[in-house]
Ligand binder design. Structure first.
Ligand SMILES: C[S@@+](CC[C@H](N)C(=O)[O-])C[C@H]1O[C@@H](n2cnc3c(N)ncnc32)[C@H](O)[C@@H]1O
Length: 277
């Protein structure tokens, strides 16, 4: 069910990374909450629409799609069993009957041709080893004239969040441009996005820049624990004293970003829209 090339992503998402995300789903889903209004406005889901949510994670956008399409339905696909378990539970709690989830690699899953009116993905479409093949597969799943709506990150140099965290924990920022290959910044270059989606069969490709604050927790303590768990890999190679100093640096940075609404950092994304055929 997973293409050979996506096995590494599957190991991460269907392993520790996905499990951490599932355990902290409220914080992960909440961190992107300020992007949700623009994302849903672009998705423009109508009552009868059939919606596919790619890399749906714990399903916050799938639930929103299902609620907007009471006479249609929303299907969420993801690589992570742990995240999908949470997605199913939350959809059940929300009382949504027109929603389903499937563990699938969106790059190769045999979606029925023309089965969807809208394909959405909120930061879930940057992890394909073969992006052209993956988006061609999604294009086949769309009805003629169906719409693709993605939220992806702009270049790392435009992300206060990851650079502040990296500087606090390692003393260095990330390189300003994204490296090639699958990862959070693989769809950050507009020319590359147009080339990939165009080659996959999409037309009318438009990118709109959107900037919002990411919220990492209600308190500094909550954000600190959450981020140390998430970014522990950045401390690799540091001895105990250095690790303690790095953790303290991070706490100081978080305290500087505490607001009445939470611990917030700037970020920049692309809202990408396109049509099949
Ligand atoms: C950054 S998370 C975003 C989750 C969710 N869309 C949200 O906004 O909360 C990326 C998600 O994409 C999923 N993913 C990565 N590659 C995938 C693939 N080839 N097929 C399906 N899901 C994939 C991961 O398992 C992960 O849940």
């Amino acid at each position: 069910m997973t293409s050979k090339t996506n096995r590494e992503q599957e190991r991460a998402w269907n392993g520790d990374e996905g499990a951490y995300w599932a355990r902290h789903h409220e914080l992960f889903e909440g961190s992107l909450a300020r992007y949700q209004p623009a994302f849903l406005a672009a998705a423009a889901i109508e009552p009868g629409h059939r919606v596919l949510d790619v890399g749906c994670g714990t399903g916050v956008t799938t639930r929103a799609a299902a609620a907007a399409a009471p006479a249609g339905h929303a299907v969420g696909v993801d690589l992570s069993s742990a995240m999908l378990d949470v997605a199913r539970e939350l959809a059940g709690r929300a009382g949504l009957a027109n929603i389903s989830f499937e563990r699938a690699d969106a790059q190769v899953h045999p979606f029925r041709s023309g089965a969807f009116d809208v394909v959405i993905s909120r930061t879930g479409s940057m992890f394909f080893e073969g992006p052209r093949a993956a988006f061609a597969n999604l294009c086949r799943g769309l009805a003629p004239g169906g719409r693709l709506v993605l939220l992806t990150w702009q270049q790392p140099g435009r992300q206060e969040w990851i650079n502040e965290f990296a500087r606090a924990l390692t003393g260095r920022e990330l390189p300003a441009s994204a490296p090639g290959g699958p990862g959070p910044f693989s769809l950050s270059d507009p020319d590359e996005v147009r080339a990939v989606l165009g080659a996959a069969g999409f037309t009318g490709i438009e990118l709109t820049a959107v900037s919002e604050a990411m919220n990492y927790g209600r308190t500094v303590g909550e954000a600190h624990e959450f981020l140390l768990g998430l970014l522990g890999w950045m401390l690799q190679g540091q001895d105990d004293a250095r690790r303690a100093a790095s953790a303290e640096n991070l706490r100081r940075v978080l305290a500087g970003h505490a607001t009445p609404d939470g611990v917030c950092f700037g970020s920049s994304a692309w809202l990408i829209t396109a049509r099949s055929g």
